[in-house]
Design a protein around this ligand. Sequence first.
Ligand code: NAD
Ligand code: GLY
Length: 370
Amino acid sequence: MPVYAVAVRIVKVPLGKRSYEIKIGTGLLARLGGECRKLGLSSQCAVITDSRVGRLYGAAAVNSLKAAGFEPVRLTFPAGEQQKNLTNVESCYTQLAKHRLERKSFVVALGGGVVGDLAGFVAATYLRGLPFVQVPTTLLAQVDSSVGGKVGVNLQAGKNLVGAFHQPRLVLCDLDALQTLPARELRAGLAEVIKYGIIWDARLFGRLERQMARLVTNDTAALAAVIARSCEIKAEVVGKDETEGGLRAVLNFGHTVGHAIEAVSHYGRFLHGEAISIGQVAAARLSRELLGLPSQHVERTIQLFQTAGLPTRLAVTPGLQRRLLNAMKLDKKVSLGALKFVLARRLGAVEFGCDVPDALLKRTLSQLNT
Ligand code: NAD
Ligand code: GLY
């Protein structure tokens, strides 16, 4: 599909001295160097990317930086969630040292959430912290992972167990990059967009209902508007609660069950967005039982995920139910607290820190069969 230029939208993440902008538009990768210049960054930098994104967009990023007078070095690791690990972090450190990056040098994270999390963690820790710029190339990264400063990697023992909060200096969302994204990855990103409608903005939810057929075809103009609105919501939440003392937990709607689904399927069967699609269906049903979310809103939620081509059902055998509950309890141990859920009172309004009785949770997991 041809990509038409759309006006650049700018969303501010309000964090005092560490505030930054998210720029959303077409043709932005070519402007990377100029945008970094405006930030007053020093000349040496590293573009960290994965093998797939590097092949597609690495040269454009490096050329733009060079044209603006920077001296970029490109670091590439293999694509895939399994690669978000400390071995690749160490290999980045080694290369940064070899190329003599200094305290004033900066890192560009070019890729999806895996690259953003890993490169951001490298930036957070090398020489006790370098500035970094996010250039997210998946829908999920543009609406979620590149914003808010959560960076980190996985251990054998679990996902995202090592990390930091390190805010980027700029997020550059080039909509053109989405044109090469596989359809399944685009749909997975839409699961996070739908989440913003449920937790924060009923009008966004309505817009998604009207436009989902266009959005799944990768329509740039339709995507631009919903990406910008998603970023506004994430920016507002992060601005109020950067380090997840409370409110930021609302971003985890559907994630308790979703993470358990990912864990029991060893991160192989479902993409994150697919797992949280099923998780949000479970959370909507729990919300109906505990907070009186109208049945009609539950039905609209399920319908919207289905229109987006996302899964809403799971064959939950008694054995799988046990494994899912165990996985959720492991999450609970990690957080050193009780298992808490984010639940919706109505579309656009959620509460966090909700208790769910065990029997209701089991019943809700069984309902995923239907
Ligand atoms: P990903 O980074 O693995 O990207 C998915 C695949 O698409 C990869 O193979 C990648 O090489 C490829 N790809 C990326 N951009 C492309 C493009 N424009 N064209 C073609 N192919 C492209 O996955 P993701 O879904 O972007 O991110 C998932 C990661 O994000 C997980 O590790 C998750 O934990 C993390 N995450 C972090 C946060 C946060 O707040 N930090 C939030 C949500 C998710
Ligand atoms: N993706 C959840 C968060 O950033 O808090």
